[in-house]
Each structure stands twice: as C-alpha cells, then as structure tokens.
Design a protein around this ligand. Structure first.
Ligand code: MEV
Length: 446
C-alpha cells in the first residue's frame, strides 16, 4: 500500500524527480525503479525466453495514476499506455472520486472456469446424471492435476454440466470451477481440463473435444462503486448539477445504444488495460472477458452506469477480471514486478479492485469531458507533445513547441516543424507558424 497517492505538482517535475517521489510514497527505492524500468525493463536476451523469433523489445511509456484510494487504501497505480491524456485524466477523476470517499470494491473468489467439450453423446440426460454422480471423484482428480495450487489453498470447487440447445447435436460441455488463488490461472485450468477429460467422456459415453479455460470468467467478477459530489464536477462553464445530468445522459445513451456502449467501454478499458499491461498480465484475456460479459444479456451494454443520488453522482462498474500477482510474465519481467511493488499488492483480488477502479476513473474522466467541453480540448493539448516530438523537437523544445501549436490551435506536424525552425532561429525569416492550417490535418484528427 502507498503512504499516499496524492503527489501535488508531480506532472511538473522531471522523470528523475518523479522516481524519487514515487519511491518516497511507496517504499520502492529510486534505484530499484531505475533498474526495473530503464530500457523498458527487458533486455533482448530475456525477451528471447518469452516468445519466439525475437529480434528485440518494444517499449511503451510507464506512468503512474495518482489520487487513487480503494477500500480505504491509497494506491499509486502504474499504467502502461501510448495514448496521451489517459494517465492525467484518470488521476484527475480519481481525485474527484476521492473527495467522495474513494472507490469501494468487492471481489468474487478467484474462481476460473475450465471447459471440457464432449461430443458424440447420444443421451445428454444420462451423461449429466452419470457425471454429476461422479462429482467428488472428478473434483479429486482435478486437484491431483494442480498439487501446488492445492497446497496454496486453491483447487477444484465445483462442476456443472451444460447442454447447448437444439443445434448442439450430441454435444455437451462440462465446467470445472477452480479456485486459482493469486494466479491468473490459464495454465492451471488447462491442466485440470486435460486431466479429467477422458474420465468425463467415459461417463458420458462420448468422445473428448476441446479442453481449455473460458475467458468469460463471470465467476471471478469485481464490482466497484464511487460517489462524486456535484461541486467537484463543475467546469468553468457548467455547474456540478448540470454536469451530473450530462453524465447520466451519457450513461443512458450507452445503455440504449451498442454503438455508444462500445466507445464507453473503450474508455473504461483505457484504464484497465494500462494497469493490466503494467503488471504483466494478459490483456487479451481481460478484453475478451470484458466484452463477452458486456454482451451477456444478448445485447452489448456498458460495463459501468452512472446515476444521480441527490447532489451526488454515483458510478458502478462490474466485469470479470482474471489477473495474477504470481506466475507467468511476473516471474521474469522486472517492470511488472516493480509495478506490484509500487502498488503494494500481493493478492490478485486487490489488483482486480484497483484495475476496475482505474477503469471507472477513466470512464468518469471521458464522460465528464464529453458532457462538458468535448474531448478534443484536453486531449489535443496533451497530444501536442507527441506531435512536437514527431516534428523533431528534443528536450525543452518539446514543451515549447507544444505550447506554440496549442495556442495557434493548429496541432499538426507541419506546424510543429515550422515552430521548431522559429525556436531554433533557423526559419529563414518565416514567422507564420499558425497560418497554414490545411496541411497535416490527419495528425490533428488521429
Ligand atoms: C478515447 O480513447 C476514449 C473515449 O472515446 C471514451 C468515451 O467516448 O467515453 C473518449
């Protein structure tokens, strides 16, 4: 746990100074931070052990979201993301939530679903009866496949037999429910499926089909709520009460329209994926689970909803989150281990609570911006820095060029190049950095 997640002025200081501030707030030393993240934290030789045909590594920015408080604990939250404004927006929204008491999270036990497909089953009812009758034997066999997990307090917890409707044609599916403790669990679950499949097929008088986990792990959900007082939601031009109305309308739009729900959920995943990646977890699994859960009613829906309660805005998010704090990438990726150290987290359920909270914060920031000034003002101001970089600005030039092109309301690489020439006194007398708005529009729109 962090001593505090509030670090005023953090964005104004240098990268080295930020490392010191994070060290003071979390107990990870600045030297440990440097060692774990410089060069992306992963050398090519280690990367070569991760995947195949390695030719190098690919770095992304690692930032920290501040002001986050979950279930009464402050957390400095590492985020890996390439999109400007995601980290700043989440920090800003977390500050608003904090003024209403912070995020309140509840997590299911870390139960994952192992699927065994059985085909050629002539009598599904008889198969169900036989399999359920052998439940204790099957669960014991499942435990034998994962002795280490059982020693850590996890293991098989339940068994379900599912039929898949008329079209299934002699096919049934058995779900084994397995408590994975602090592991994400994919390998454990797959081992369990492979261990018990033959016996299940024999009981069902059928043949074994697929044996694999389900990424729709709706037995491993996290639910987070937050309450935000109207006063802190106000902008320069709208009072807090009107902002609440705007955010509730944005929520209802997403509840009614899958086209909007997809974008609403993308804003949530901006926060969640960034934490998932920073902590060395499988973001494709998280994405697959989140969107399948969003469509569970048969209609694609938002993962969060926002409502008014008097002069308070109330937000709620629910989604499956299979995250690990042990095993997998975490064993070998120094930056992922550092991320958990900065968070002060050892349990997977706590990590899920923080990731979902940051998802709700990202969502709040997005819908508040959309319901007030629009998203482009803040977004493009931050985007201007990467445009300045793309134009060739370096060091102190980046901020100066970004300021010039934002003030000129022409955030394009072309304009940034002109600003850079002027700054370097190398413009051949040309001073009109704001004039040519036609060129480079694609950058501003990207
Ligand atoms: C952009 O990365 C995310 C948003 O589109 C989310 C939303 O529209 O709610 C701003």
């Amino acid at each position: 746990m962090s001593k505090t997640s509030q670090l005023p002025g953090f964005y104004k200081v240098t990268v080295a100074e930020r490392r010191k501030l994070v060290a003071e707030a979390t107990g990870a030393s600045a030297a440990e931070i440097a060692a774990a993240v410089d060069g992306g934290g992963l050398d090519a030789e280690t990367a070569d052990k991760f995947v195949e045909n390695v030719i190098g590594t690919y770095a992304l920015p690692l930032g920290v979201t501040l002001n986050v408080r979950v279930n009464g604990h402050d957390r400095v939250v590492p985020m890996v993301v390439e999109e400007p404004s995601v980290v700043a927006a989440a920090s800003n929204a977390a500050k608003m939530v904090r003024s209403g008491g912070g995020f309140v999270a509840e997590m299911d036990a870390p139960i994952m679903i192992s699927q065994v497909q059985l085909v050629g089953v002539k009598d599904a009812d008889a198969a169900r009866t036989a399999i359920l009758g052998a439940k204790d034997e099957i669960l014991a066999a499942a435990d034998k496949a994962v002795p280490g997990l059982v020693a850590r307090g996890g293991g098989a917890r339940g068994l379900e037999v599912r039929t898949l409707g008329e079209a299934a044609d002699e096919m049934i599916v058995v779900h084994l429910l397995v408590d994975c403790r602090d592991a994400m669990g994919a390998n454990l679950i797959n081992s369990v499926a492979e261990r018990v499949a033959d016996r299940l097929a024999a009981l069902a008088k059928g043949k074994v089909g697929l044996r694999i986990l389900s990424n729709l792990c709706d037995t491993r959900c996290v639910r987070v709520t937050c309450r935000v007082p109207a006063a802190v939601l106000a902008t320069e031009t709208m009072d807090g009460d009107a902002v609440i109305d705007g955010i509730v309308n944005a929520s209802r739009f997403a509840e009614l329209d899958p086209y909007r729900a997809a974008t609403h959920n993308k804003g949530i995943m901006n926060g969640i994926d960034a934490v998932v990646i920073a902590t060395g977890n499988d973001w494709r699994a998280v994405e697959a689970g989140a969107h399948a859960f969003a469509a569970r009613s048969g209609r694609y829906s938002p993962l969060s909803i926002w409502r008014r309660d008097g002069d308070t805005l109330v937000g709620r998010i629910e989604l499956p989150l299979a995250l690990g704090t042990v095993g997998g990438t975490l064993r070998v990726h120094p930056s992922a281990r550092l991320a958990l150290q900065i968070l002060g987290i050892t349990e997977s359920s706590e990590l899920a609570a923080v990731a979902a909270s940051v998802g709700l914060a990202s969502n709040l920031a997005a819908v508040r911006a959309l319901a007030t000034d629009g998203i482009q003002r803040g977004h493009m101001a931050l985007h201007a820095r990467s445009v300045a970089l793309a134009a060739g600005a370096r060091g102190g030039e980046v901020e100066r060029v970004a300021t010039i092109i934002v003030e000129a309301r022409d955030i394009t690489v072309e304009n940034a190049k002109r600003a850079l020439l002027v700054l370097r006194g190398d413009d051949g007398g040309e001073r009109g950095v704001a004039d040519d708005r036609a060129s480079g529009a694609s950058v501003a729109e990207s």
